[in-house]
Structures are given as structure tokens and as C-alpha cells.
Design a protein around this ligand. Structure first.
Ligand code: CDP
Length: 237
């Protein structure tokens, strides 16, 4: 058993604890669900377990395909062991189809498929509503180096290729997603999580949303939809 020592951060859906190994942390997935920068909140029974297992499956798939991640192993139904990272305060979003904040910001029609995947940086700051930023903000404020920016783009696009294929094979479309990176002994690793809380997944046949948009838009069956995606991908819950 891995002992949970000091609570070092309590995010909107996960808590992080120190362990007896100073370079490893315990990530606890809670049922708490939030949207609109934390303004809408609810606990959805069973979501923590699904997201933990979903994330483990995706991180292992990425790792097998040479994407370095912080994920070490599953510990409990809702707990995973991860490498401690020094997180960059930015969110990397890749979009394949227009929806969400992009449509509001640019007046683009929902559902348009881009000629090529679109990459965007956002500043991780709920109070400011996670504003869109560009490469220059990152270097000017010292949030990351030019080399780190290039690496984040390169890895995030590579993740897109790998995951679009994985989802497509089971009749799902990866519409868009957000990932975060952190530093560990000089290298940049994928951190945080990859779950239906931080991406959009549509059923190719019905166009139905099977991700956190069900919560954002009060469509119901949030956890059930995450389960459908997990089942299609062959994740054992
Ligand atoms: O969520 P919203 O529509 O405001 O934002 P978006 O910019 O359209 O989000 C693009 C993708 O990143 C979606 O899959 C979101 O779920 C994800 N995202 C996230 O996980 N966390 C954020 N703070 C912002 C976006």
C-alpha cells in the first residue's frame, strides 16, 4: 500500500498527495465534476473510478508509442501513482472540429472540420477564465522556453495522431482535448490527465456527445456516457 502523506493540491476533480518517495505523488480521482471555470459543480457517482482507469489506459497507450508521461501505475480503483512534475501554467488544446469556446470566440460554425488540426495555448487561471495566449506570452513571462513550446506542440500533435486513430477504430471521433506538461529532471513530460472530462468525443454514427459536454449542457447520463467510451475502447472498469 502506498501511504498518502501531505495533501499538496486539491484540484477541481483530483487531489494530489506526497508519498514516502519524494519524486512520486499519489493522484486521487474524485467524483467531483466542474465546468465553466468551477462555476458549475456536482459530484457524479463513479466518475472518479472511470476517469482513473480511463487515464491509465490512455497514458499506457501513449507511453507504448514513445510519448513520455508522468503516469507510473494504478494503485486503487480511484488512485494512481505519478512522477512529481514542475507543471507549466499553460494548457495545450488541439482541435479537429470546431465547437466550444472557439465558436464563441471566432464566430465559426459548429461542426466544421479543419483542414489541419488546430493548436492553441491557454493560461491556466480560473479567475481569468483561462485566457487564450500565444507563444510570445509564454517566453515573455517566463512560463516556458522556446524549446519547451516547440516540444509541447510536437507532442500534443503526436498525441492527436495516436488518439484519433485509437478512437476512430471503435467508432468514435476525438473532436478536441486539453493536455498539460511539466518538467522532471530536465525533460518535459505529459502530466495531469486524459479523460472525458478534458476532451470531446462524439459517436461517429449518431454525433452524440460522450464527454463532459453532457454535464456542461445538462444532457444527463454523464457517467454512463464515459462508460460507453471506456467499453468501446476495451477498458476494464
Ligand atoms: O470548455 P470550453 O468549451 O469552454 O473550452 P474549449 O476551449 O472549447 O475546450 C477545448 C477542449 O479542451 C475541450 O475538450 C475541453 O473539455 C478541454 N478543456 C479542458 O479540459 N479544461 C479547460 N480548462 C479548458 C478546456
Amino acid at each position: 500500500m502506498i501511504e498518502k502523506l501531505k495533501l499538496i493540491s486539491e484540484g477541481k476533480a483530483k487531489s494530489l498527495y506526497e508519498t514516502s518517495n519524494s519524486s512520486e505523488l499519489l493522484m486521487v480521482y474524485r467524483d467531483d465534476t466542474s465546468a465553466f471555470d468551477g462555476k458549475k459543480k456536482e459530484a457524479l457517482k463513479g466518475k472518479g473510478i472511470i476517469n482513473n482507469k480511463f487515464n491509465a489506459f490512455i497514458m499506457e497507450h501513449l507511453s507504448k508509442n514513445n510519448v513520455e508521461t508522468h503516469f507510473i501505475k494504478l494503485i486503487e480503483d480511484n488512485e494512481s501513482l505519478v512522477r512529481r512534475l514542475d507543471m507549466l501554467p499553460v494548457e495545450c488544446v488541439v482541435r479537429n472540429i470546431a465547437t466550444g469556446s472557439l465558436c464563441r470566440r471566432l464566430g465559426v460554425e459548429e461542426g466544421i472540420k479543419f483542414k489541419e488540426p488546430l493548436f492553441e495555448f491557454f493560461l491556466k487561471d480560473d479567475d481569468l477564465g483561462d485566457p487564450l495566449i500565444n507563444d510570445n506570452h509564454i517566453t515573455a513571462f517566463g512560463w516556458g522556453t522556446e524549446e519547451e513550446i516547440e516540444k509541447m506542440k510536437e507532442i500534443t500533435f503526436r498525441i492527436n495522431d495516436l488518439l484519433c486513430k485509437l478512437f476512430e477504430e471503435v467508432g468514435l471521433i476525438l473532436v478536441d482535448y486539453k493536455v498539460e506538461y511539466g518538467r522532471s529532471s530536465g525533460s518535459l513530460l505529459l502530466g495531469d490527465e486524459f479523460t472525458p472530462d478534458g476532451c470531446r468525443i462524439w459517436d461517429v454514427e449518431t454525433g452524440e456527445s460522450l464527454d463532459k459536454d453532457r454535464f456542461r449542457k445538462d444532457l444527463g447520463d454523464v457517467v454512463e456516457s464515459y462508460q460507453i467510451v471506456a467499453h468501446k475502447l476495451g477498458i476494464t472498469l
